[in-house]
Write a protein that binds this ligand. Structure first.
Ligand SMILES: [Zn+2]
Ligand SMILES: [Zn+2]
Length: 280
């Protein structure tokens, strides 16, 4: 018997992805925060083809992904919430929060360990930040991230719907927090008590290492505030700041082939702790 959630999963994901992408792209095209210097066609075509590469690699490497594995854990009865009696809503909320914290910690780890920074710095090497930057991750980072999610599913036994919801929200929020827009200042301040806003995440894409290694959250802004990695605004302002990392600053570096080999080129650069500190 096929699980109804699993049967509809690809459609739910694709519809949410395309819908959110179209809305955010329309928003940033009509009211851009920063002026684009690099032809959009160059960045968008390469960033979007990378999404297809990432999806294909993920499906080829793992026989089962996080949602399918959660259904499997439920069937086989392993993982915390499949072993203890807990109200469904509680399992759902705790699972969502645990996943969000795990993704935050994973992000910190990708900044702190030099070999992992090599993979993750490709996300930071985008010379501009817009909705497609939120999709620009090296396939090896995507694989490691899935490995961590699968381990968390095995330990936690979360409701499969919570995992699907988390992944759909994460994908949407990753696009949203990279969108080249700005909320009105007051609204941005209020929204930040709960979620990461585009202005908050843009600080993370500053070329200045004391800003690169801050604001690691993807969905909830709480982890950065609680764990001391929060920085409200960039020193040079959102229009004056430089986006990217000191290495890989040519337009040729924005091509897909260069993105894929980037982790293996040059020195590790400045991972967190080696020059860059959240406290700056
Ligand atoms: Zn990062
Ligand atoms: Zn980012």
């Amino acid at each position: 018997m096929t699980d109804p959630l699993l049967a509809n999963e690809p459609l739910i994901r694709l519809a949410a992805f395309l819908g959110v992408l179209a809305l955010l792209a329309a928003w940033e095209l009509s009211a851009p925060r920063r002026r684009a210097e690099i032809p959009r066609l160059l960045r968008w075509s390469n960033n979007l083809v990378l999404v297809a590469v990432d999806t294909a690699v993920l499906r080829l490497v793992f026989p089962v992904l996080a949602v399918g594995f959660a259904v499997y854990a439920e069937d086989r009865g392993f993982g915390l919430f499949n072993l203890v009696e807990a109200p469904y809503w509680l399992a759902f909320v705790v699972s969502f929060l645990a996943f969000d914290l795990a993704i935050y910690l994973q992000h910190v780890m990708f900044h702190a360990v030099p070999a992992l920074w090599r993979l993750h710095r490709m996300h930071h090497a985008d010379l501009e930040i817009d909705v497609t930057t939120g999709l620009r991750f090296h396939p090896l980072e995507i694989l490691i991230s899935m490995g961590i999610k699968l381990a968390l599913v095995a330990a936690l036994g979360p409701p499969a719907a919570a995992v699907l919801m988390f992944e759909v929200v994460l994908n949407a929020m990753s696009m949203a927090t990279h969108t080249n827009v700005g909320l009105p200042a007051k609204l941005d301040r209020i929204a930040r008590f709960l979620v990461v806003t585009p202005d908050m995440h843009r600080v993370h894409h500053s070329v200045d290492p004391s800003e690169t290694h801050t604001n690691f959250g993807f969905n909830l802004s709480w982890w950065d505030r609680l764990l001391g990695t929060y920085r409200p605004q960039p020193k040079l302002g959102h229009l004056g700041m430089t986006i990217g990392i000191p290495e890989f600053r040519t337009r040729r570096d924005l091509w897909l082939d260069r993105m894929l080999v980037q982790p293996f080129r040059g020195r590790a650069g400045e991972p967190m702790g080696k020059g860059g500190r959240p406290e700056g």
